[in-house]
Design a protein around this ligand. Structure first.
Ligand code: AMP
Length: 299
């Protein structure tokens, strides 16, 4: 039975990094998030794709045990085109073609409305809000977004932040959203809006988690080969909520473990283009790197 609801984009991505280029590869925030969550829990995906979406990608997602019952098929698939320079911490967008996403009306399947763990992955904040309205009694709502929505729908985004338990942002987005260069001030600004925890992802430099009285810093994993960081933020979020859905422990201590599992899966994701690394990843790879993370921060 599905235990993690994930709404976000399912995309065809054209990506260029200093190490290569792929066209119309499987991408999207909900794709990476549900792939990553599927190592720990059973995700139900809510999104929209077009008639041009390759069947082999559907097979791949279903093969991970991800429910696609909430995925509509309309028009043309959302297409994102982006590139990275040598500092691969920030994606630069060349093109965002919303296509079927533009008129997407969220409809959570009846049997998924009682799911307790919800990940509002990066998508239009109005669609994130509508998803929450359709859910019966969530126990944990994790929210992610990106600069595109901060620029175009800030007010709507703030309304969703007020309903979230945990907010995920990368450092650039945190500064942009709260108009400050201090990540501590940005985190305090976010906590004042309602969430119990704010996690600020700093790409290859790790992640910070701020709660009301504490903060936690997870190291970055010293990756030797980074090919394509697309989807790292979404993989982080997916593994984070997947681990919480599996353990059903919402203590700050367990959030810390979830942050490390998120970092582990995200660091693996950057090793190959698109979701290629996640396709081959195993639970033993994940546990091995989790132990390395424990070693890194022991002193
Ligand atoms: P990230 O984890 O931040 O690297 O997210 C990468 C994914 O975000 C890509 O696979 C894109 O398809 C997707 N994406 C790009 N722009 C948007 C957008 N405006 N809304 C939702 N998803 C997006």
């Amino acid at each position: 039975m599905e235990d993690t609801l994930i709404i976000g984009t399912v995309a065809l991505d054209t990506i260029e990094t200093p190490f290569g280029r792929v066209e119309r590869a499987l991408g999207g925030s909900a794709t990476y998030a549900s792939f990553a969550a599927s190592f720990f829990s059973k995700p139900a995906l809510v999104s929209v794709i077009g008639h041009d979406f390759p069947k082999e990608y559907i097979k791949l997602l279903k093969g991970r045990g991800i429910s696609l019952e909430g995925v509509k098929i309309e028009d043309k698939t959302f297409h994102w085109e982006g590139f990275y320079e040598y500092d691969m911490n920030e994606a630069k967008t060349r093109k965002t073609e919303l296509n079927s996403l533009e008129n997407f009306k969220v409809k959570v399947p009846e049997r998924h409305k009682s799911i307790k763990y919800i990940f509002l992955a990066n998508i239009d904040p109005e669609q994130q809000h509508e998803t929450l309205r359709q859910m019966r009694k969530p126990e944990l709502v994790v929210l992610d977004t990106m600069n595109f929505w901060i620029s175009s729908k800030k007010d709507q985004l703030i309304e969703v932040i007020k309903k979230a338990d945990i907010l995920l942002l990368n450092d650039g987005e945190a500064r942009q959203l709260f108009g400050t260069s201090s990540l501590v001030k940005a985190a305090n600004g976010a906590l004042k809006l309602g969430p119990n925890a704010v996690i600020i992802k700093k790409g290859e430099h790790g992640a910070l988690m701020f709660t009301k009285n504490k903060h936690f810093s997870a190291p970055g994993y010293p990756l030797e080969n980074i090919k394509d960081p697309t989807g790292c933020g979404d993989s982080f979020g997916g593994a984070f909520i997947g681990y919480l859905a599996k353990t059903k422990d919402l203590s700050e201590q367990n959030f810390r473990k979830a942050v490390v599992y998120g970092s582990v899966v995200a660091s693996h994701n950057a090793e190959e283009f698109g979701p290629d690394r996640l396709k081959k990843l195993s639970m033993s790879d994940i546990e091995k790197r989790y132990k390395e993370f424990q070693d890194i921060r022991e002193f």
